[in-house]
Ligand binder design. Structure first.
Ligand code: ADP
Ligand code: MG
Ligand code: MG
Length: 333
């Protein structure tokens, strides 16, 4: 039996979604006979509690202890956390220090992809097209001036906190008043803010992951937000979401499919991703394709694109995850 610790929740705005992803992963691993799973929830202070509210502690000797001092050896960790500290690379740094193998990208790749500005710098360095943007490093007048200029030039912009996901801290802005409000809210969440040109787009997403030692890049799926809004938090997760998803996007040319696949491969290899990622693209009205973002720990609720695309590629999710765990643990011994 491989003793695997599923850490879920976390301290960010995506805590609830992280629990739903953990439910999905737990269900998937229940089918794997050689994997014993313990699930703990992490709060904003990094405190771990089990299902009964009992406090658990993970220590450098790779042991998970309960309040009575009883210890369980941890051989593998699944950080099922969107946002801080699981998608940001912080938890991964701790696991590296403790020498415990874990699911997903390392600290550096996680950090580079979670920060929307760092991602753009990397994409440019890798020669991968991304949306035009301005970068604000403070909410002082001079910096805010850059945002006003961008709004004037582009007519409509997206203001984004640099360190959020699930569309938290992401605002569509068409007027100076909206810009002020959006910047205030975005700066309340993050020290850096991105102002991006708003484009009319089709939103395409690929799953890129390691399967039996190979890098798999699926054909793009598509998410269609309702015409009156964008792919906001509500449209992603709330009941009554009107967003429609297609596991395979229709009507793309071979050239477009090839471009997306090559850009995904270059991003996966260049950013040194591992195990999983969902790479999101925008296809504009003019036929331009931009890489929007790289999600190192994409949502895995029952309706999420990553597991759906993986299954659509003919891969069984439970087998995929269990074999990554077995391979990582056997490399250890
Ligand atoms: P998150 O990490 O929160 O998902 P995204 O950058 O993917 O942040 O933005 C969330 C959503 O906002 C996108 O899925 C899309 O619907 C919309 N969006 C973001 N940037 C743009 C843009 N430049 N033009 C048009 N729509 C955008
Ligand atoms: Mg994201
Ligand atoms: Mg997104």
């Amino acid at each position: 039996m491989i003793s695997t610790l599923l850490i879920c929740g976390g301290g960010g705005s995506e805590h609830e979604v992280s629990l739903r992803t953990a439910d999905f992963i737990e269900r998937q691993l229940r089918q794997a006979e050689d994997i014993a799973l313990v699930r703990v929830e992490m709060d904003g202070n990094g405190r771990l509690t089990d299902r009964n509210g009992g406090v658990r502690q993970l220590s450098q000797d790779r042991m998970l202890r309960d309040e009575n001092g009883e210890a369980w050896e941890v051989q593998y960790v699944i950080p099922s956390i969107h946002g801080y500290p699981g998608e940001t690379g912080d938890l991964q740094s701790l696991l590296e220090l403790y020498g415990i193998p874990y699911y997903g990208c390392g600290p550096e790749a996680s950090k580079n992809c979670f920060n929307k500005i760092t991602t753009k710098l990397w994409l440019s360095a890798l020669g991968i097209d991304n949306t035009p943007y301005q970068f604000l490093c403070s909410n002082e007048a001079e910096e805010i001036g850059k945002a006003s200029m961008a709004l004037q030039e582009w007519g409509q912009v997206f203001v984004k906190a640099s360190n959020q996901g699930s569309s938290v801290g992401c605002y569509k802005v068409s007027s100076a008043e909206e810009l002020d409000a959006a910047l205030a809210q975005a700066f309340a969440l993050s020290p850096y803010v991105l102002v991006e040109k708003s484009l009319t787009v089709r939103e395409l997403e690929v799953a890129a992951y390691n399967y039996e030692g190979e890098l798999v890049i699926t054909p793009p799926g598509e998410v269609c937000a309702p015409a009156d809004t964008f792919y906001s938090y509500e449209e992603k997760y709330a009941e009554g979401s009107r967003a429609v998803t297609h596991v395979e996007a229709r009507g793309l040319s071979d050239a477009q499919l090839g471009w997306i696949k090559e850009a995904s491969r270059r991003a996966f290899v260049g950013l040194q991703l591992k195990d999983l990622s969902r790479i999101d693209f925008f296809l504009t009205d003019d036929g331009e394709i931009y890489l929007n973002e790289v999600n190192t720990f994409p949502g895995m609720t029952s309706i999420s694109m990553f597991p759906k695309m993986l299954e659509n590629a003919g891969h069984d999710f439970s087998h995929y995850l269990a074999s990554l765990i077995r391979a990582a643990v056997s490399r250890e011994t």
